[in-house]
Design a protein around this ligand. Structure first.
Ligand SMILES: Nc1nc2c(c(=O)[nH]1)N[C@H]1C(S)=C(S)[C@@H](COP(=O)(O)O)O[C@H]1N2
Ligand SMILES: [Mo]
Length: 319
């Protein structure tokens, strides 16, 4: 199999298909703003990131987690200056600046669908539901890069229990805020806004699924999904929705944003799988930010403890 170097991959191969399909609308909306060029730039070498102020509140009484990897943590300045956050921009270097004044308080999360009682929870009461842990996880983006991040949060299952889902709830859907006046990317129809993702209930209840509100011992930076996101280390990064305002419990598999824009490329499960290539590129290896050589990608991103969730499934079909 031919595995290309990042520098050999052209923008047309790496640019998400959704972006291609909407290229005309995108370019029209972006005309004069100079962002069309950025959108087609695709994968490139990380340029030296700007220094970021550590103005975020420290999170006290952090517990260590046995789920943490001992691999080298990716520098804070890389993780906070190279972001996929299409609500702000399709250029990974831009969310850091564009999200600076994003309002994360007051913030509420609506709980809807198959639950005992619909409710609205304040983000600060959610954060207080359980004691914060530091979880150092590998994160693998579907585009072929990876990072190691010390996230802060607690198991997503703690929030789900608080939501009191009914017995027939089989899936949970997460919706990101829709705020085009604060999020310039939402004025461009790259995806069908708001961003929606979903999990099967047993995946969401798995102890590895993290409800995240911090990183590097501090409150989550806006560009990384403040005030509240999920982190699912065995799945491609796009499953980990940022800036969540709604949880909806359903008995049907949710239609996620990426699945809607390009169903042949982004499956509902999107488990990290080196044996199932993306239709336009191999998933066999990855490049850790800050490293030059590529490393092999591991099944479930190395989180084998989730394998039993998929026993009996054909992961080539249910990719
Ligand atoms: N709402 C929203 N959530 C999102 C995205 C996005 O564009 N919008 N991008 C996803 C992708 S592709 C990745 S790889 C991760 C990146 O998270 P990070 O910027 O904190 O590393 O966020 C995911 N969550
Ligand atoms: Mo990603």
């Amino acid at each position: 199999m031919l595995i290309k170097k990042a520098s050999d991959i052209s923008a047309s191969e790496i640019t998400p298909k959704g972006l291609y399909l909407n290229r005309r609308a995108f370019i029209t909306a972006a005309a004069g703003a100079g962002v069309a060029a950025a959108a087609i730039a695709g994968f490139r070498e990380l340029r030296s990131p700007s220094e970021v102020a550590h103005a975020n509140a420290k999170i006290e009484r952090l517990q260590k987690s046995s789920f943490s990897t001992t691999e080298t943590i990716t520098p804070y300045k890389d993780v906070t200056n190279y972001n996929n956050y299409y609500e702000f921009s399709t250029d990974k270097y831009e969310p850091a600046g564009l999200a600076k004044n994003f309002k994360t308080r007051p913030w509420t999360v609506n709980v809807e669908g198959l639950v005992k009682k619909k409710k609205t929870l304040d983000v600060d009461s959610i954060i207080k539901l359980s004691s914060p842990e530091e979880r150092i996880y590998r994160h693998r983006c579907v585009e072929g890069w990876s990072i190691v991040v010390p996230w802060v949060g607690f198991p997503l299952s703690e929030l789900i229990k608080q939501c009191e889902p009914l017995g027939n709830a089989r899936f949970v859907e997460f919706t990101t805020i829709y705020a085009p006046n604060q999020m310039p990317g939402q004025k461009i129809p790259v995806l069908d806004w708001p961003y929606v993702e979903g999990l099967r209930m047993d995946e969401a209840m798995h102890p590895l699924a993290l409800l995240c509100f911090g990183m590097y011992g501090e409150a989550l930076p806006n560009q990384d999904g403040a005030p509240l996101r999920v982190v699912l280390p065995w799945k491609y990064g796009f499953k980990s929705a940022k800036a969540i305002v709604k949880l909806r419990f359903t008995d049907r598999q949710p239609v996620n944003s990426w699945g809607k824009s390009a169903p042949s490329e982004y499956g509902f499960y999107s488990n990290v799988n080196p044996n199932v290539d993306h239709p336009r590129w191999s998933q066999a290896s990855e490049r850790r930010l800050g490293e030059f050589r590529k490393r092999p990608t591991l099944m479930f991103n190395g989180y084998d403890q989730v394998a039993s969730l998929y026993s009996g499934m054909d992961l080539k079909k249910d990719f």
